[in-house]
Ligand binder design. Structure first.
Ligand SMILES: [Zn+2]
Ligand SMILES: [Zn+2]
Length: 731
């Protein structure tokens, strides 16, 4: 054995590998060759917070391992992302620091890109973008106008929190115990015009498609579960009832068998017929109060939720009648519909009946559903959501307010409506309303004077299409963002890897894809699905609790990388837990990963330095052990490959570590039998170590390449293909 055994020093070797990757442009998105699979792996789009946290490290370590694996298997891989750079957290952080959000976001993004590179993530960095770039948000505006034209975006009143002192609306995260985050005065609820995204036309298809996505085998259980939860489907029956004046009302209940036991009808405040039932002035006043009361907050508690008695009743042809009440509990359970109240079958209905004196004493169907004409039906809880905010740091909404014409959409050729970047918001008022240069415009319809909309789009709207730009070469994005031919190559994305809190984003992205399919640009996506596969992972916690500055349990990835190296951190994060489990961060996983990598490094280098003797007789005697090693390598590789294909990286890493144990076991058996390794035994050992380094390369790419170089192999040849031939070769 040589005395000058190289020392494992990731602080030196990892930046060297990274420089080498950059030099040969190793992760540039290739143009797929004929017959080559095109695989778009979509990581989550980070907020420009300024720091990667351990959740990001988890997310990107999983996605990166998969991307490296697929590249090594011969696929053309697109692994790219953009920053979710607009929005309230960035604006609040900038206010805190007295900075312009535009500058703050850029500094944050630069820093995060540096962290990603130091962790060795193989993104196509040339394709990275910021949703706050003018070249990006002009397409958010295009999408807004396109959806508006298609009736998918509309304007309506909504209840919002308002601070009288700061003269601004507040988002939920700016209200603490009913007080403003900035001035600590009490907030109140007001009604104001707000823009909404319409989901209802695509809920059924989003639901229907889940079966096919599940069958495709690339959507994990967690991600499917979130989609079902957001849909909130209830199955039951619907009945058509008629009022005394002949007005008909379709009512739903999930308790079909007990329909005849109904004692009242509950209408959603959003039901299209609610105004008709609230015709009485006193009832209309109550309804107004209910709508401005922020009822969403208590809508799920039947004992506390507001319920209005309309005074009206609905008759049944066969006799009997049911009083009609209005309550937002309907929305929280079944969406904006009408529902039967059946105390005998439903606890919430029982609680409401107890509160409402007019709830019928007698069941209207005489207790039996037999005489009632009903049909099977479903309802979805998912409903349209507001997409506008009274905020500076967001995509300007491309509409104008004209004295003559009212609300007028901007002309597409006038895009982008540019957001002034030289603004330092204070959190008070609306900075855009104080910028005459932004406000002044002329009406595209009548050419008269008009004022620009000063609300901006919530960053949730930007996120609706944040998975698209990476698939378009940066130079072509200005002209052909939604029409570039490459989109047909990369979409749907083969896999989305994201945190478990991304379900809402994914759901809405699935809705918008369907809208764009119908409108035209995404007509090539027949099922309207943006992601063929989806892997959700749980968050990273510490001491059983969410990491937070407040608790003082935040783990800083930079410190870990500085101390242990990127490979150790990545391997530890992957090894510590399967994606469906919260990763409770402890030093244990880190110590395990460090020990394994250092051990592998030392073992490989010492075996490379060993000098075996020629011994034909010994070689013949140990042939069966070499053969066994070949089989172990083959089955180990088969398992690791299967784990990687399912993105079960914790299992794959475990199987990599087992493979090293097998190799050591092989060596021990040979020595037990012959006292030493023959040249043939030694060559088989090195060959197995080559295979091991390649199998390790998706997870710990830097050390894997260093080992391959030491073993005199081409480090850019990646993951080994599992088949019998390679097993024979190794034995
Ligand atoms: Zn305030
Ligand atoms: Zn006009």
């Amino acid at each position: 054995m040589s005395a000058a055994k190289p020392i494992y020093d990731p602080a030196r070797s990892e930046p060297e590998r990274q420089a080498e990757w950059a030099e040969r442009d190793a992760f540039a998105t290739p143009a797929p060759a004929a017959g080559q699979a095109a695989t778009y792996i979509k990581p989550s789009s980070p907020f420009t917070s300024g720091n990667l946290h351990m959740g990001h490290v988890r997310d990107y370590s999983i996605g990166d391992a998969y991307a490296r694996f697929r590249r090594a298997r011969g696929d053309a891989v697109l692994f790219g992302f953009g920053f979710d750079a607009f929005g309230l957290p960035a604006e609040m952080a900038a206010i805190e620091r007295g900075a312009r959000p535009a500058d703050w976001v850029e500094r944050c993004g630069e820093r995060m890109l540096g962290q990603m590179k130091r962790l060795g993530f193989s993104f196509d960095y040339e394709r990275a973008f910021y949703s706050s770039d003018e070249s990006q948000y002009r397409w958010s505006q295009w999408l807004f106008l396109t959806l508006y034209e298609a009736g998918m975006v509309y304007r309506d009143d909504a209840t919002v929190d308002w601070c009288d002192t700061c003269q601004t609306t507040l988002a939920a995260l700016q209200v603490e115990d009913g007080r403003c985050w900035r001035c600590h005065n009490k907030v109140r609820l007001i009604r104001r015009p707000t823009w909404f995204l319409r989901l209802s036309p695509h809920l059924e298809e989003n639901d229907r498609n889940l079966a096919a996505l599940e069958q495709g085998g690339k959507w994990d259980e967690l991600s499917l579960k979130t989609q079902r939860y957001i849909l909130g489907r209830s199955d039951g029956v619907e009945l058509e009832l008629s009022a005394a004046d002949g007005e008909r009302l379709v009512v739903f209940t999930p308790h079909g068998d007990a329909a005849g036991e109904a004692r009242f009808v509950l209408l959603s405040p959003r039901h299209p017929a609610v105004e008709r039932w609230a015709g009485d002035a006193a009832v209309a006043a109550q309804l107004d109060e209910l709508r401005s009361g922020g009822w969403e907050r208590s809508a799920r508690d039947a004992a506390a939720v507001p319920v209005i008695d309309t005074g009206g009743s609905i008759e049944l042809a066969g006799g009997g009648s049911l009083p009609v009440f209005v309550s937002p509990i309907v929305d929280a359970r079944y969406g904006p519909t009408a529902a039967l109240g059946i105390p005998a079958a439903d606890e919430a209905d029982e609680a409401i009946a107890a509160r409402m004196p007019r709830a019928a004493a007698e069941p209207f169907g005489g207790g039996s559903p037999a005489g009632l004409e009903h049909r099977e039906a479903s309802r979805y809880r998912a409903y349209d959501f507001s997409i506008s905010r009274q905020r500076y740091w967001g995509t300007p909404i491309p509409v104008l307010h004209c004295e003559q014409c009212g609300v007028v959409p901007a002309a597409i050729e006038d895009l982008p409506v540019v957001l002034p970047r030289d603004v330092e918001p204070s959190g008070e008022g609306n900075p855009l309303a104080e910028r005459p240069d932004f406000l002044a415009a002329s009406c595209p319809r009548c050419d008269g004077p008009a004022r620009r909309e000063t609300d901006t789009l919530d960053c949730h709207f930007d996120a609706l299409w944040l998975w698209v730009p990476a698939a378009v070469p940066p130079a072509d994005r200005d002209e052909r963002m939604f029409t570039h031919p490459d989109l047909q190559r990369w979409l749907p994305a083969e896999r989305l890897v994201a945190g478990n809190d991304s379900g809402g984003f994914v759901f809405d992205q699935r809705v918008v894809t369907k809208a764009l399919r119908e409108i035209g640009p995404f007509a090539f996506l027949a099922d309207g699905e943006p992601f063929a596969g989806c892997l959700f992972h749980e968050m990273v916690i510490a001491d059983g609790r969410k990491m937070s500055k407040h608790l003082g349990n935040v783990v800083d990835p930079d410190e870990l990388v500085a101390e242990h190296g990127a490979d150790t951190v990545r391997l530890a994060v992957l090894y510590a837990a399967g994606p469906a489990k919260a990763l409770n961060w402890t030093d244990g996983a880190l110590r395990f990963a460090a020990r394994f990598l250092r051990g592998l490094w030392d073992y490989t280098h010492s075996r490379i330095a060993a000098e075996p003797a020629d011994d034909t007789e010994a070689a013949a005697d140990t042939a069966f052990i070499r053969e066994r090693l070949g089989k172990w390598c083959d089955s180990g590789l088969e398992r690791i490959t299967a784990d990687l294909e399912q993105l079960q990286m914790h299992k794959a890493v475990r199987n990599v570590t087992r493979l090293l144990e097998r190799i050591k076991d092989y060596e021990k058996r040979v020595i037990d039998r012959r006292g030493r390794l023959s040249r043939e035994d030694h060559e088989a050992l090195l060959e197995a170590l080559v295979l091991l380094a390649r199998a390790l390369s998706p997870f710990a790419p830097h050390i894997a390449e260093e080992l391959l170089i030491a073993l005199d192999r081409d480090p850019s040849v990646g993951f080994p293909v599992h088949d019998q031939a390679s097993a024979q070769e190794a034995s």
